[in-house]
Write a new protein. Structure first.
Length: 227
């Protein structure tokens, strides 16, 4: 916005007006859409849910564009269920690269589309992605202890390759929980589980089933994974 526009409010665009109003409401702790009081995000529960639904639809559409270009099946096992598929950095460095784009798969998808689908990427399922990069590593004792308690195979599909397994929060909200605990990685969370006496509310899932559950979709294997 220019100084002239600021001094002449009749000429301020509708977008600028909405942006100013949203900023004022956000500062005041109000929903930026309807102006109702909110204790959490910048939207009330209704509009926050609507925003999440819209963002999910956009992500699904963008992911389809990426799959249309790079392929619609895992390069290794041939898996075709969209809930299980991800984009792999062929030459590694994926975590650092995603970190520059909000650290999420949605950020990577937007980057790929914006940059006209560059080379160096391919489609794989989450399990094969972890097996490819971590399959040769010897598991740490803490990991063996955790899965020895919660199960050495996925509760949904029976996947038993240890490097493809993870611990799932049965009732959801795992990201927020780990954030509240200050966990910077899976190992930190494993130590918390052990020192807490292996609490209930957790289960072993493979990365494919965990991803399908976390995205809000039902797991293609069976509905046991639906929260």
């Amino acid at each position: 916005m220019t100084v002239w526009q600021w001094l002449n409010p009749d000429h301020i665009s509708s977008y600028d007006r909405l942006a100013r109003r949203a900023k004022e409401r956000r500062i005041a702790g109000l929903c930026v859409i309807c102006g109702k009081h909110t204790d959490s995000a910048s939207r009330c529960q209704l509009h926050l849910q609507q925003h999440r639904e819209h963002a999910r639809k956009v992500l699904i559409a963008n992911r389809q564009l990426v799959f249309d270009h790079y392929g619609e099946s895992c390069y290794d096992c041939g898996e075709t269920s969209k809930e299980f598929l991800a984009i792999d950095h062929v030459h590694g460095g994926g975590k650092a690269h995603r970190g520059k784009m909000s650290g999420t798969s949605a950020g990577l998808v937007r980057w790929l589309i914006k940059n006209d689908f560059p080379s160096g990427f391919e489609v794989c399922c989450h399990n094969c992605n972890f097996i490819r990069w971590y399959g040769d590593r010897k598991p740490r004792p803490i990991k063996l202890a955790i899965f020895g308690h919660y199960g050495m195979q996925c509760a949904c599909c029976n996947e038993s390759r240890l490097c493809a397994l993870t611990i799932d929060h049965i009732n959801g909200h795992g990201i927020q929980h780990r954030k509240d605990l200050g966990c910077t990685g899976g190992t930190d969370f494993y130590y918390w589980l052990k020192t807490s006496g292996f609490p209930t509310g957790y289960q072993t899932l493979c990365f494919n089933c965990n991803s399908a559950k976390g995205s809000g979709d039902h797991c293609p294997h069976q509905r046991v994974c639906v929260r």
